[in-house]
Design a protein around this ligand. Structure first.
Ligand code: ZN
Length: 260
């Protein structure tokens, strides 16, 4: 932290978070529309398909300048895109505060942005892309070999196996009990990624926070006046992801405080 002033680090973190958030909105849009992810070319308006100039795609700034509407057709810009950008910026700042300027920060910044993008896709489609869950598992396991803080590779591997195994068993039990799909296979793969990020010791607190916030979310969904699309189901991915991010930020300190 001596190399650059603190304020400059946080400013860079905020900008990096917004930019990654902007990239993730392109990923979200293309994944949901089943378009090639790696096609070159910028974003387009989902309602009139007009190509957007670079100045219309500056994260957050453009949304505010355009007052939330497409300049070409006037269609409202989906609030989930702004949400993705703001959430990624918040994650970039919070993780910068916890990890400081370090390789850990870089790795967890990317993994967190992947969880946020996956969560928004899960909310909209009840699906989680393998690119995020399996890609994230591979990345978190690889990172555990060289990062100095965070789980060792043995803990990360165990976390991934136990996380995915536990949710696979839950999925099978639910299927036997209700005769229908409750937990998706995407959630099982997501738990492999989350377990690899938190390590075995972080799994229980992560699932606890995920369950409590998920239960609160379910109540909100049930009480919310009839909006279609939810079909009485609640996606669990976003709540498990939230538990994972909160654990990464505060879990190890809390556990240390608890043990003393
Ligand atoms: Zn438009």
């Amino acid at each position: 932290m001596d190399i650059i002033p603190t304020w400059a680090f946080y400013l860079a973190a905020a900008v990096a978070g917004l930019e990654l958030g902007g990239l993730s909105t392109i990923f979200i849009q293309r994944w949901i529309d089943e378009e090639p992810i790696c096609r070159p070319g910028g974003s387009k308006c989902p309602s009139c398909n007009a190509r957007l100039a670079w100045r219309e795609t500056i994260p957050l700034v453009s949304f505010l300048l355009l007052r939330g509407r497409c300049r070409h057709c006037g269609a409202p810009i989906g609030v989930q895109y702004v949400l993705a950008e703001v959430a990624c910026m918040a994650w970039a700042l919070a993780s910068a505060h916890t990890f400081g300027l370090s390789p850990e920060w870089g790795v967890y910044l990317i993994l967190g942005v992947m969880l946020i993008a996956g969560s928004l896709i899960d909310f909209e489609t009840f699906l989680l892309p393998d690119r995020i869950t399996l890609g994230g598992t591979a990345m978190a396991l690889a990172a555990s070999f060289f990062l100095r803080t965070g789980p060792t590779w043995q803990e990360a591997l165990l976390g991934a196996a136990v996380g995915a195994g536990l949710f696979w068993v839950l999925q099978q039990l639910y299927r036997l009990w209700r005769g229908q799909e409750g937990l998706g296979t995407g959630d099982v793969k997501l738990m492999a990624m989350i377990g690899a990020m938190t390590g075995l010791s972080g799994l229980a607190p992560t699932i606890l926070v995920g369950s409590v916030t998920g239960a609160l979310g379910s109540v909100y969904y049930m009480l919310r006046p009839g909006r279609g699309g939810i079909r009485g189901r609640v996606p669990y991915g976003p709540f498990l992801s939230l538990g994972c991010l909160l654990y990464l930020l505060y879990g190890p300190q809390l556990l240390r405080w608890w043990q003393h």
